[in-house]
Design a binder for this molecule. Structure first.
Ligand code: HEM
Length: 119
């Protein structure tokens, strides 16, 4: 049986990566405004659980469905691309291989249709 990304890195490393990732999201002029006023620790906790589930870990994500969570945020294609790029850079800086990053970005990219809502 092949090892999943979750098996290889574990919850703590993924949590560290997600913290680093949101630090970058909050420094970026395109993405930061969307997060104004939100409780970042709660988003980080849910995003960590969500990513762990996506990467082969236990399915203990307790947040809302992605479409529900993002429907009133008017997220643009540009903001989505920026978030995906920031995540890719963060994963690279934490030592994930090209194949692993491709798998993560592929899975995250597949959520575009329910997250982007330009009105
Ligand atoms: C790239 C794929 C994305 C994934 C997988 C994702 C995932 C998530 C998750 C799991 C949550 C927590 C939901 C909850 O607590 O119930 C969340 C919340 C949030 N996301 Fe995303 N997200 C993505 C893209 C984006 C983008 C591009 C933006 C804006 C630039 C964004 C802005 C937000 C905001 C503001 C919240 C808090 C909403 C609230 O609490 O009402 N997300 N996201």
């Amino acid at each position: 049986m092949s090892q999943t990304i979750y098996d290889k890195y574990g919850f703590d490393a993924i949590s560290t990566i997600v913290h680093d990732f949101y630090g970058r999201v909050l420094k970026c002029d395109v993405t930061a405004p969307y997060f104004k006023g939100y409780n970042m620790e709660r988003i980080i906790k849910h995003q960590t659980e969500f990513l762990c589930m996506l990467l082969g870990g236990p399915a203990k994500y307790k947040g809302r469905e992605l479409e529900m969570a993002h429907r009133n945020l008017a997220i643009s294609e540009e903001a989505f691309d920026e978030v995906a790029d920031l995540l890719d850079e963060t994963l690279e800086d934490h030592g994930l291989t090209d194949d692993e990053r491709e798998a993560v970005i592929g899975a995250v990219g597949a959520t575009r249709g329910v997250i982007v809502r330009e009105t």
